[in-house]
Design a protein around this ligand. Sequence first.
Ligand code: GYE
Length: 326
Amino acid sequence: MRKWKMALAILVVAALVFTMVGCAKPAGKNWVVGFSQIGSESEWRTADTISVQNAFNEDPSFTLIYSDAQQKQENQIKAVRSFIARKVNVILFTALVETGYGPVLQEAKQAGIPVVMIDRDVQEADRGLRLTIMGSDFVKEGEKAAAWLGDYLKKIGKDDGKKAINIVELQGTTGSAPAIDRKTGFANGMKDHPNWKITRSQTGNFTTAEGKAVMEAFLKADKKIDVLYAHNDGMALGAIQAIKEAGLKPGKDIIVIGVDGVKGAFQAIVAGEQNVTVECSPLLGPQAVQAIRDLRDGKKLPGRIWTIESIFDASNAAAALPTRQY
Ligand code: GYE
């Protein structure tokens, strides 16, 4: 009888231990992530938001709190403060513009909440307040655009190195990392071509509607435009409309360069109306989940996580179009 009781006791204890281990909530493993997105100004942004939401939703050990700032910095600052108040485990953050986030990042730091930047970074002086940044090299994108233009002008015999090549530029949101860096990158590439001139440069705020309106104004002021360099495809697509409405042929009378690699740009390249798009991938969700998982597991994250990207023109856009995800 005593043996039987002893066996029963062992069984009960074993069952208890098993239940405890089996249900062992990955204690501290369920993480809440606050994501402050800037808005939905472009096809790129929409694809980026969906990529992040899907990637976190696929992993039940994460809860994502999503906040859309609708292009207002003050909304982002409020969102970050509310994440701090809710004691989230980590803040995923895209900075609308580079400046103005120092104090709120300091608050996150004081609260011991790591901030992981995704896509757009903050100004250099504030970079010590965030843990890492994942996304594209916007300077390199501008350099790639200029290098492509150099090769293309040579190929079509349009650049003798002396006659001016007139370039108009549609900038992204003023003060944002991609607008600053894509301008810098292109300017770097222009150093080898003293006859290339930026005749007009204005922001189109990364939207198709503003891209069209600004290009209309450019064309009204002066039709001597050889090249349009748009900081994103959305603005390039708007400008293509403006060029057509002005009775000119986009892609031929005016060389059209965009950045992002959205489907609309691929279609315009195939139609001969856009000449090139420098890829900038918005599919950052899986990368974000991986980085935050590593952080949760106590691994040290690299200071910079780069996205690998390509460039597409008439030589390869048609073949890639069917497999494009955004
Ligand atoms: O190029 C543009 C978007 O920050 C890289 O923002 C991103 C840029 C992208 O609105 O289309």
